[in-house]
Ligand binder design. Sequence first.
Ligand code: NDP
Length: 262
Amino acid sequence: MIELSLADRPAIVTGASRGIGRQIATTFAAAGGDVAICARSYDDVEPVAEEITAEHDGRVVPVECDVTDAEDVRELVDTAIDEFGGVQVLVNNAGGSVESADLLHRCDESEFQSMLELNLKGPYLVAREVLPAMIASGGGSMVHIGSVNGLFGIGLTGYSEAKSGLLALSRNVATHYGQHGVRSNVISAGTIETQNRRDEMESTEERSEGTSARDRWLDQYPLGRFGRPEEVADTALFLATERAGFITGENVVVDGGLTVGL
Ligand code: NDP
């Protein structure tokens, strides 16, 4: 059995009050890692940190941080360094699209701007702030949570462009900081059934009066199902450890075969 351990590899996971980020923090703590997690409100992230710490080996520290705010991001990274003595793993997970995201001609400027802020500027700010700490620790691993929307042009204007940009951001880090032992990879995820995603699909279904949007989407997936947060988290864990020590600048697609079938 191959054991993946994050003991002595302190991590930051952004956007971990729920969904995929929460699962990544849980998986990392179960692998013995100490993790600083954030969301925009301390009240949302504090109980999550407490629950994970109570159940697993790693210690999880909650931080209030909006990843689009450079000062907040500085405090996030400083907290991780103060608590754990350094940062060797970053998961840029905070992100998402809005229900109103749509085709280009219906996407207004402010919506486009906010998608870029959250999904591209945020990861850039966190990566920039973490880099010196990673280099000082002798290297580390960045994992950016992208989307299949960043690989092909299907709707969700702003979100797709930002997730495409994340691939370039990651390769930029991989190219220029590999010499310092820093690796950087993207996980491009297909539909992952978090609680939020399930609620969203149910409400779309209600609006479309019985035609099952969920079933139409499922038809596109060769494996016949959506993904689970654990499946993204396990991939992130592998990329975070030195078991993936020769993998950098890559895009790992976790999509149940969706993009192969298209
Ligand atoms: P959720 O909406 O369930 O969770 C998003 C997390 O990010 C929450 O903890 C949220 O907390 C936090 N967050 C949002 N905005 C900010 C901000 N400005 N600063 C800090 N934290 C923030 O999303 P998912 O778990 O579904 O998605 C996680 C990542 O995976 C995203 O990058 C998303 O694009 C990507 N992804 C998801 C897919 C899916 O099907 N679920 C598919 C492909 C990619 P709060 O709102 O409390 O601040």
